[in-house]
Design a binder for this molecule. Structure first.
Ligand code: NAD
Ligand code: UDP
Ligand code: UDP
Length: 323
């Protein structure tokens, strides 16, 4: 018998599917709750027969009555394409979904961790971003359903803490990438790799000078597990991300260099598209807190992480061609 029963909401999504495998490897019993809006059963295909894994199709905007010891609350589409497709549902997922999961945590006395985001900093006027920065967020733009939804989710976590002294943990996750991102996910790493492998031009939005800092998914999952294991007084919010910052043009060059040599069309070159509104111009985490409190820092360099991700897409697209 496993010692702990752990609920992972959004467990069939990109990050969730990696977290679930880690928890199963550590001997835990895992309950995945997911409405399959942006995740798929296929993401968990090789662990579906594990007797310690249970998967339930459920939308977290509805109450959930189960018995668990810990909750990793990840349910929420994370790619702009997916979260903007049904923005009202995105806000409901973050706000009503968090109320339900906090109510569940309260009743079961479970520890609960929120997968929050660097988007709470918006288009930051402070650079790099540390946890004390309150952010620069447009409340009525096309990204607001996600940004303000997560900001409200953080508020709810801290109010449940203040009102009920609950064991909460808030992780502010910066851009994360790796195997099992969807080919049609719309985020930049998957878009660039899928295009390069097809010999098509990489789509740069704007002039490509905007920056991001990308963390490989295994590092990120390690940070989430360390945060969950902290004592009651540690609540976060804690930034989890890789401080290595670069422009989207540099990312395109690197992907083309890595894929281009063995693809007809030489990796496709680049083409320029309009920049979506409210697209943050820069983003880089300060991770001093994660280092001090969790003893955590990312280990996987961009080149190695990209290599593993390209390998995944090469195999995945051969089995499941798109378009
Ligand atoms: P993802 O879209 O691959 O996974 C989200 C999962 O949540 C999917 O399986 C989806 O079907 C499920 N889901 C969505 N709405 C739901 C609902 N109402 N009820 C039940 N399930 C629902 O995204 P991801 O990249 O794996 O992100 C996971 C979490 O991490 C999200 O909360 C996201 O906001 C956060 N995060 C991710 C990143 C990143 O770069 N990947 C960055 C910051 C924060
Ligand atoms: N809830 C849930 N599962 C539980 C307990 C609560 O889904 O095991 C939901 C329920 O919908 C409730 C919400 O969590 O409305 C918030 O619960 P809380 O106890 O904080 O407040 P309540 O609304 O019950 O007063
Ligand atoms: N982006 C791009 N080409 C794409 C997809 C995204 O140039 O095909 C840009 C996007 O405008 C943003 C950056 O890459 O400036 C990161 O986008 P992503 O959607 O991955 O993450 P987020 O904007 O949420 O950080």
């Amino acid at each position: 018998m496993a010692d702990r029963r752990i609920l992972v909401t959004g467990g069939s999504g990109f990050i969730g599917s990696h977290l679930v495998r880690r928890l199963l490897d550590e001997g835990d019993e895992v309950l995945v709750v997911d409405n399959f809006y942006s995740g798929t059963r296929g993401n968990l295909s090789d662990v579906l027969n594990n007797p310690r894994l249970e998967i339930v199709r459920h939308d977290v905007t509805f109450p959930l009555y189960v018995e668990i010891d810990e909750i990793y609350h990840l349910a929420c589409p994370a790619s702009p394409v997916f979260y903007q497709r049904d923005p009202v549902q995105t806000t409901k997922t973050s706000v009503v979904g968090s109320i339900n999961m906090l109510g569940l945590a309260k009743r079961t006395k479970a520890k609960i961790l929120l997968a929050s985001t660097s988007e709470v900093y918006g288009d930051p006027e402070v650079h790099p971003q540390d946890e004390s920065y309150w952010g620069h967020v447009n409340p009525i733009g096309i990204r607001s359903c996600y940004d303000e939804g997560k900001r409200c989710a953080e508020t709810l976590f801290f109010d449940y803490r203040r009102q009920h002294d609950m064991p909460i943990k808030v992780a502010r996750i910066f851009n994360t990438y790796g195997p099992r991102m969807r080919p049609d996910d719309g985020r930049v790493v998957s878009n660039f790799i899928v295009s390069a492998l097809a010999g098509k031009p990489l789509t740069i939005y704007g002039d490509g000078t905007q920056t991001r800092s990308f963390c490989y998914v295994d590092d990120l999952v390690d940070g989430l597990i360390r945060l969950m294991a902290t004592p009651h007084e540690v609540t976060g919010p804690i930034n989890l991300g890789n401080p290595h910052e670069f422009t989207m043009s540099q990312l395109a060059e690197q992907v083309i260099a890595m894929v281009g040599t063995d693809v007809p069309g030489g990796g496709g070159g680049v083409e320029y598209h309009p920049l979506p509104s409210d697209d943050p111009t820069q983003r880089q985490p300060t991770i001093d807190q994660a280092r001090d409190v969790l003893g955590w820092a990312p280990k996987i360099e961009l080149a190695e992480g990209l290599d593993r991700t390209i390998e995944y897409f090469r195999d995945h697209l051969a089995l499941h061609p798109v378009g």
